[in-house]
Ligand binder design. Structure first.
Ligand code: ADP
Ligand code: MG
Length: 470
């Protein structure tokens, strides 16, 4: 039955989704028109129900008939050689709301009592959410898809999904703070009775230290224990701070047990968080950990467009593409460039055009620009193409070396002031017409072959340069 189901499903969805969401499923048995399948986690189950219930239903209809049922068996603990996995079963329902959603009713909020609000003030705490960070202006891309969808699920049903805690990690400037605050804002706006609190780990630490100093530890703990949705940013800051971690551990446990939502961010994966207590790290794994990565070219374009649109600025597509090509480190840097572009434009009363973009960018990347020398070109080319230096410099006509050699000549022509003859000299004493031929050949390839253009862009990066297509 299951292989028939898979056949049907496979037809309906793309290969990648099929591999991710259906290959890991283990069919258990069929009885009384009910098919039992085992899935790796609660998250997996929820994802299937949210996204693939229709294809599943279709497959079940087809194989078991309209009354066919699906039962999920979810692995809670993978077990080991001695212990079998622990699982629990969820019969398929017509609705897509998971059973757990009804089991864990959130507790009534306590923070409405004026006394506690006063405490809140004395601790210098407020929700600290920046209303500017929303899902609407958070551009989705492959780089953040999982985090964003999990975040949205949490925002819609805080404390109820299995993404608790939700941990977003990734390096600086990739949107962690934006995303976790967007979740907070969403909850705050849709469930006004919920107490949402955003705090950086640094601030949490300072508050903790002050609480010890002032003998108000109890008030501190009590305060945090009333939060419905605790968002704690940059938890890597807690590393090595034993006492603060202990306090956080208790707060975490209390909130988690009461079905309150916890959202965290970190600049590295939990397993790389040295200086963090194991018991805390193991708690982090209870929920979902999702990373954010560097946005790809298309996502960078979309982000730039969104920012410009929000600021009411118009820039030609060509210039946007140029910027997206040039800045691929992180989103914060892209924003920085836009800001200085706008500043330059208004100072010089100029349109933001290609020229301005180039000069502005040049000023920004100028720090990293080293002089490009013959040796650095030879090094870059040999390592990029994995060819021997001696082969590259020889007169060998082997295809594997001819192309890299022509590229090297082209780069020397571009970056150094050497006369063509001197360039030829570096390659077994070839004459200048060989160099001209090489440069022409590569120029044509760059125009006609996208791969060659890509290769060239990568090589430019060896020299911290940005390649601008004309
Ligand atoms: P992090 O906390 O990971 O260091 P931030 O959340 O502070 O990064 O993001 C840096 C800047 O980039 C913020 O202004 C944020 O709004 C913006 N940003 C990051 N990712 C996105 C995205 N996917 N869409 C729109 N803006 C983004
Ligand atoms: Mg941040």
């Amino acid at each position: 039955v299951w292989s028939k189901c898979l056949e049907i499903i496979h037809n309906d969805i793309n290969e990648q989704s099929f591999k991710t969401w259906f290959e890991p499923i283990i069919p258990l048995n069929v009885s009384n028109q009910t098919l039992s399948i085992q899935v790796p986690s609660q998250f997996f189950y929820e994802w299937l129900e949210e996204n693939y219930i229709h294809v599943l239903r279709k497959a079940i209809d087809f194989t078991l008939g309209k009354n066919g049922m699906l039962e999920y068996s979810i692995i809670v603990d993978k077990g080991d050689k001695k212990n079998p996995p622990i699982t629990y079963n969820i019969p398929n329902q017509k609705s897509s709301v998971p059973v757990t959603a009804q089991q864990r009713k959130p507790e009534p909020t306590l923070y409405e009592s004026p006394f506690q609000l006063k405490d809140l003030d004395s601790l210098d705490l407020d929700s600290y959410l920046n209303a500017h960070y929303t899902f609407d202006n958070f551009v989705e891309g492959d780089c953040n898809r999982l985090g964003r969808s999990a975040g949205l699920a949490v925002a819609q049903r805080p404390g109820v999904t299995s993404f608790n805690p939700l941990m977003i990690y990734g390096s600086v400037g990739l949107g962690k703070t934006h995303l976790i605050q967007a979740i907070g804002n969403y909850i705050k706006n849709t469930q006004t009775n919920k107490f949402v609190l955003y705090v950086t780990s640094e601030k949490f630490c300072n508050q903790f230290i002050n609480a010890i100093k002032n003998n108000t530890l109890q008030a501190f703990t009590n305060f945090y224990m009333q939060v419905d949705c605790l968002i704690i940013d940059d938890v890597q800051f807690l590393a090595g701070k034993e006492k603060t971690q202990e306090s956080f551990f208790h707060i975490f446990n209390h909130l988690h047990q009461s079905g309150k939502q916890i959202i965290m961010s970190s600049d590295r994966a939990p397993r790389e968080l040295a200086g963090m207590q194991d018991r805390l790290l193991s708690r982090f794994k209870w929920g979902l950990t999702a990373d954010v990565q560097q946005p790809d070219f298309e996502t960078r374009i979309a982000i730039l467009q969104k920012k410009l649109q929000a600021d009411g600025i118009y820039i030609e597509d060509k210039v946007i593409e140029y910027l997206a090509h040039s800045i691929d480190t992180n989103v914060r840097e892209m924003e920085g460039v836009i800001v200085s572009l706008m500043a330059h434009a208004s100072l010089n009363r100029k349109e933001i055009d290609m020229d301005l973009a180039r000069t502005t960018l040049k000023n920004i990347v100028v720090d990293n620009e080293k002089e490009v020398t013959v040796d650095s070109i030879l090094d870059a080319v040999t390592s990029h193409f994995d060819v021997n230096m001696s082969d590259l410099k020889s007169k060998s006509r082997k295809k594997e070396t001819v192309f890299p050699r022509q590229i090297a000549m082209y780069l020397m022509k571009e970056f150094t002031n050497l006369p063509l003859k001197s360039i030829g000299y570096h390659f077994g004493g070839r004459d200048h017409s060989t160099v001209i031929h090489a440069v022409q050949t590569i120029s044509i390839m760059l125009e006609t072959d996208k791969e060659v253009e890509k290769t060239m862009q990568k090589l430019y990066k060896y020299f911290n340069r940005v390649r601008v297509k004309n």
